[in-house]
Design a protein around this ligand. Structure first.
Ligand SMILES: O=C([O-])CC(=O)C(=O)O
Ligand SMILES: [Mg+2]
Length: 642
């Protein structure tokens, strides 16, 4: 392989196709399957070697930070390959590497188009003979893949076939996902991703993210530099200790950051090359994994205390050092409660961090509650809330509801919290338990007699809203749900634990036990239920509604810190997307089909709040933030290669 130094970069005209003088000469100079690659002539490189658009350069010369009006990419997203700045009918060069071959092009998921390579492209890029003769458009490829995926009966087979596609042809993967979001979300995400994590050791093919284990202590920065992409904007990181409601899956938790980041791209339009999935491996306390000869992680019990804190601190420091602080949303995902709260608190003042299980879930649930008020009437402060589960999701949601109530009523937070009750594994959280409570539960310890069971708490508190976040399935029993139905005309019941096996009750149970009166949503999807001739469509109160748009809003505005008001703004934006038609079906969330449009609305509201709070650094503020968000979004359409 020949590699050229930078002075040898050629301009656009010099490699315009198979007949250009340069490419003829190059064919002679190199082996028949090797060629030299050009970068666009209208680009220059900054001090770090990144490509700058002419208009940006002009802006810098003028001493201004500008937004290129013609650019379809912004929000600090660098378009190294020129793919996103080019319209679909312009030509781009599919490599920024100095040398490539047709064979490697087919094996490069970023640029591979499979059978969609045109005859001209096959000729120009040394692909002849490497593909069968037929040329098909991307639309037909989508149809073909969907046909294939629908033939698999087992969800995990569908998952694996999607993962194979992601490794083979990234644009096709995202086009499939975007165009069939309702059908494929349960495959690449909850609930199937849960099963994939449980079996990750045996289904892992090519690693899709970075594994940082205790063995990497002292050299995490070096490990980060092994990742091929440099312009990272979103990191999702797990330590695998509480994967969905499935518990400690150690290193197998990697499926979660990979799945979440594919939604950042498909639902929120963040460029795939800007996304980095990370699993931190400090061991596992899962005996089954420790004894499994195929387990892929460290075979030791979890490091805790100082050892854990030091590794995490080195990681957080290295992240900032390597990627800077403006362009990074760092999403903590599926950590155990004790670490999740501490990490969020510790790093929220120094890093752009976000915990999806605490904050994303809170925002999505608040949106559903705001929407459900249209169906049940009253203001938030007129309702009584009872939670089963006082961990990340439970206390996170409770706090955001209390905050919103406080904004609406001008009552202090301490007062509005009193309308919210939480039950944990030891019963109702009351003030007599204060001493023994973990710190994140303390604000919810109200004056009350101790109550041991959820059923007794339901009958005593008489909540209008019952929310399950305990990670334990089948805990909303018939008696509990019937209790809710006995004192509420339309009981609001949210069974949020994931995956489906951990849901507190099924949609069918919720509708049947309330004679079709429940307003029901769940974390994992349930099919519509017919009860006495009426079809009820359950909503999916899953944080996937919020985090992709939320992340896009932070990125496009160059926000440096997350603020609770941004979570409230995201919730409002989501609630306002529920249409009358949705309400008529009993839905408190809009369908996922329009999620990219919804994400743009959420991104715009989040960015607007960031500008208002003075936390945005990408100036000047674009006039139309929704249009700007839409223009920042990654498109999975193929580009034409010169
Ligand atoms: O992944 C999901 O479906 C939602 C989530 O964050 C969790 O359950 O931990
Ligand atoms: Mg999670």
């Amino acid at each position: 392989m020949i590699s050229l130094n930078r002075s040898c970069f050629l301009n656009k005209k010099s490699v315009s196709g198979p007949c250009s003088p340069f490419s003829q000469r190059q064919k002679r100079l190199t082996s028949s399957s090797v060629r030299v690659v050009a970068l666009h002539s209208n680009r220059s490189r900054d001090r770090n070697g990144s490509v700058l658009m002419e208009s940006t350069l002009k802006g810098m010369r003028d001493g201004l930070e500008v937004v290129d009006p013609n650019s379809t990419v912004s929000g600090g997203v660098q378009d190294v390959y020129g793919e996103d700045t080019a319209t679909e009918d312009q030509f781009v060069t599919p490599w920024s590497l100095s040398v490539a071959s047709g064979y490697t092009l087919l094996r490069d998921p970023h640029h591979n188009k499979g059978l969609a390579f045109t005859a001209k492209e096959r000729d120009a890029h040394y692909l002849c003979g490497l593909l069968p003769p037929v040329v098909i458009p991307q639309e037909l490829q989508v149809k073909k893949m969907m046909h294939l995926i629908r033939q698999y009966q087992v969800p995990l087979q569908k998952y694996m076939s999607m993962m194979d596609l992601q490794e083979r042809n990234q644009k096709l993967f995202y086009k499939l996902l975007i165009e069939n979001v309702e059908e494929l979300l349960p495959i690449v995400y909850t609930p199937t991703v849960g099963e994939a994590c449980q079996k990750y050791g045996s289904i892992l093919r090519r690693p899709q993210g970075l594994f940082i284990s205790l063995k990497e202590k002292g050299k995490i920065l070096e490990v980060l530099r092994n990742w091929p992409e440099k312009n990272i904007q979103v990191i999702v990181v797990t330590d695998g200790e509480r994967i969905l409601g499935l518990g400690d899956l150690g290193c197998h938790g990697m499926g979660i950051p990979v799945g979440k980041l594919s939604l950042y791209t498909a639902l929120g339009g963040v460029r795939p090359s800007a996304c980095l999935p990370i699993t931190i491996d400090v061991g596992t306390n899962n005996e089954k994994l420790l004894n499994d000869e195929f387990y892929i992680g460290l075979r030791q019990r979890r490091a805790t205390g100082q050892e854990y804190a030091e590794l995490l601190h080195e990681f957080m420091t290295a992240i900032k050092q390597n990627y800077g602080e403006k362009v990074l949303v760092q999403q903590f995902e599926d950590f155990a409660n004790h670490n999740a709260f501490d990490l969020l608190e510790k790093y929220s003042t120094t890093h752009l961090v976000f915990n999806d299980d605490i904050q994303g879930t809170a925002s999505v649930v608040l949106a559903g509650l705001v929407a459900s008020l249209k169906l049940v009437g009253g203001a938030l402060a007129d309702h009584r809330f009872l939670f089963l589960g006082a961990g990340e999701a439970g206390t996170g949601i409770a706090e955001l509801i209390a905050l919103e109530m406080s904004k609406q009523t001008n009552l202090p937070l301490e007062e509005t919290r009193k309308r919210i009750w939480l039950v944990d594994s030891k019963g109702l959280i009351v003030s007599s338990r204060m001493e023994s409570l973990q710190h994140f539960k303390k604000p919810w310890a109200h004056e009350h007699e101790p109550i041991k069971t959820l059923l007794d708490a339901v009958n005593d508190i008489k909540p209008t809203v019952l929310i399950g976040t305990s990670g334990v399935g089948r805990t909303f029993t018939q008696e509990v749900v019937e209790g809710m139905a006995s004192f509420n005309e339309k009981p609001i019941i949210l069974a949020l634990s994931n995956p489906t096996s951990q849901a507190e009750c099924t949609a069918e149970e919720a509708y049947t036990w309330t004679q079709g009166r429940a307003i029901f949503a769940s974390g994992s999807p349930f099919a519509p239920v017919e009860y006495e001739g009426k079809v009820h469509v359950p909503g999916q109160a899953n944080n996937a509604y919020i985090f992709p748009g939320f992340g896009l809003g932070l990125i496009m505005s160059g926000t440096i810190r997350v603020h609770d008001d941004m979570l409230l703004a995201a919730a409002e934006a989501l609630a306002s997307e529920v249409t009358q038609e949705n309400y008529d079906k009993g839905l408190i969330y809009p369908p996922f089909t329009n999620i990219r449009k919804i994400s743009a609305q959420i991104a715009a509201k989040v960015a607007a709040k960031a500008y208002e709070l003075g936390l945005a650094t990408r100036l000047p503020q674009p006039i139309d933030l929704v249009k700007h968000a839409e223009s920042c979004m990654y498109s999975p359409a193929y580009r034409s290669y010169r």
